[in-house]
Design a protein around this ligand. Structure first.
Ligand code: PMP
Length: 327
């Protein structure tokens, strides 16, 4: 479908990188939005966060669970009464071409974004033009996962689905995460754990939460207003299929966190990161626990295309070729 001409091209900075915006491949610096853009002022948009993992031995960039992310993006768009001008398979191909055009030889983060693009005053969803873009940037790690996270329960509750859709990735609702994360950092923690409106554990600021107790894996069920994370789903699959663990999705109380043997968060940006303390209480012995380690090692193999059984979870971006130039 897409022509893939030319020699290798490696972006030196984000402004020179190639993005996909409003139907064309253009330079990042040429894809601008105006100050009155509806999505910028009112948070009327939805997005995804996708990771690509560089496998140096193979000279390949593996994009993790592309289809799942684009399916969720379509669901978020539907919730916002918006429409993405590309189907899931087309979005997969566009992302492959975008990565190939940029030719990154390192881990990347891919950000598809659908937003209300009209430069117009008035809060509403209907009758306001949309625009769609995909950006890919080099990405290092989100946390220092080796060190473990110090988490604190936030005074900000996770948005309830009766207030704004909790299971859609909506730009505006991320103020909830930003407030919780910032409060946690100001209080000396690395990460926030948000409770739901009725007081059960919901999730981290941008990651799902798991608890290990006596060899059983527990995570808040989907009715706890957490985003139904793609990494969460993968971890549930790997835990049952590969580690033979019992997994339970259920409401979890705050004080269960203090008595957990292991705690960890999962997310596309976060990966699998262990929590070493919650509200100043050490989790287990404060070290990376055995179940978290096994899941993390397994996930690491899968996402870099090194596990043949889970090859279908990754899409090679280069498959032997890279392309050049915006246009
Ligand atoms: N919860 C929230 C609020 C998030 O922003 C994210 C990151 N997308 C997650 C959970 C984890 O979801 P995923 O594994 O799909 O990245």
């Amino acid at each position: 479908m897409f022509a893939l001409p030319g020699a290798n091209y490696r972006c030196m900075n984000i402004g020179d990188s190639t993005v996909f915006a409003r139907g064309c491949f253009v330079k990042y610096d040429d894809a601008r939005v105006g100050l009155l853009t509806h999505g910028l002022n009112y948070g009327t948009g939805c997005f995804e966060g996708i990771r690509g993992y560089w496998n140096a031995e193979e000279g390949e960039l593996y994009l993790l669970q592309l289809r799942e992310h684009f399916e969720r993006l379509h669901e978020s768009a539907k919730t916002l009464l918006m429409e993405i001008p590309h189907g899931v398979e087309e979005l997969v191909q566009l992302t492959i071409e975008l990565c190939a055009r940029n030719g990154y030889e390192e881990n990347v983060y891919v950000r598809p974004l659908l937003f209300k693009s009209a430069e117009d005053v008035g809060v509403r969803l209907l009758g306001v033009d949309d625009a769609f873009a995909i950006v890919a940037v080099p990405f290092k790690s989100y946390y220092d996962a080796e060190a473990g996270l110090r988490a604190g329960v936030s005074s900000w509750r996770r948005i309830d689905d009766t207030m704004a859709p909790a299971r859609a990735k909506i730009t505006g609702t991320y103020i909830n995460s930003a407030l919780a994360k910032s409060e946690a950092q100001l209080n000396g923690f690395d990460e926030a754990i948000m409770l739901s409106f009725d007081g059960h554990v919901a999730e981290g600021s941008a990651a799902n939460l798991f608890l290990v107790k006596r060899g059983v894996l527990h995570t808040p069920d989907a009715s706890q207003n957490c985003l139904e994370g793609i990494t969460r789903r993968s971890v549930l699959t790997l835990a049952t299929s590969e580690l033979g663990l019992e997994v339970v999705e259920r409401p979890i109380d705050r004080s269960e966190l203090y008595a957990a043997d292991e705690l960890f968060v999962t997310g596309t940006a976060a990966g699998i990161a262990f929590i070493k303390s919650v509200d100043h209480r050490t989790v287990g012995d404060g070290q990376l626990g055995p179940i978290t380690r096994r899941l993390s090692d397994l996930h690491q193999r899968v996402r870099t295309g090194r596990d043949p059984k889970y090859r279908a979870w990754v899409t090679p971006a280069y498959a032997g070729r890279k392309v050049s130039a915006a246009g």
